[in-house]
Design a protein around this ligand. Structure first.
Ligand code: THU
Length: 136
């Protein structure tokens, strides 16, 4: 599975978005360690709070099906499904990634020209062990 193919699958997922309130359609394609890909879209709600991001839709579908090892995710989004700039994951989605993924989990953040690659460690850099001070 190439990053380019994962990006294509994220773009396809974006067409499934339910985004009548913001108008921002977002798609994600999540690559599992065994090569399976789960696609997700954002699913909005009139009460805003229950809105589910594309990334979490993909993760929750995969975890329900028994997957817990993940390699990469491609994410794309834009107003009315037109990509104009990258869509970095929100804090809640980063926390969900932290639950299941290692520091080297790859993100491909799609823009109109291609994608930016980043690791989970780069977008959620806190390391507990690096901050720890031992006292006797
Ligand atoms: N959204 C995502 O699906 N993923 C992100 O990474 C950021 C935001 C959705 C939530 C909402 O439906 C819309 O984009 C506008 O914030």
């Amino acid at each position: 599975m190439t990053p380019e193919r994962l990006v294509e699958l994220a773009k396809e997922a974006m067409t499934h978005a339910y985004a009548p309130y913001s108008g921002f359609k977002v798609g994600a394609a999540l690559l599992c360690a065994d090569g399976t890909v789960y696609q997700g879209c954002n699913i909005e709600n009139a009460a805003y709070g229950p809105t589910n991001c594309a990334e979490r839709t993909a993760f929750f579908k995969a975890v329900y099906d028994g997957h817990r090892d993940f390699q990469a995710i491609a994410v794309c989004g834009g107003k009315d499904g037109v990509i104009s700039g990258a869509f970095p994951p929100c804090g809640v989605c980063r926390q969900v990634m932290r639950e299941f993924c290692e520091d080297d989990f790859m993100l491909y953040l799609v823009d109109e020209k291609g994608y930016t690659a980043a690791t989970l460690a780069e977008i959620l850099p806190f390391s507990f062990s690096a901050k720890k001070h031992m006292q006797d």
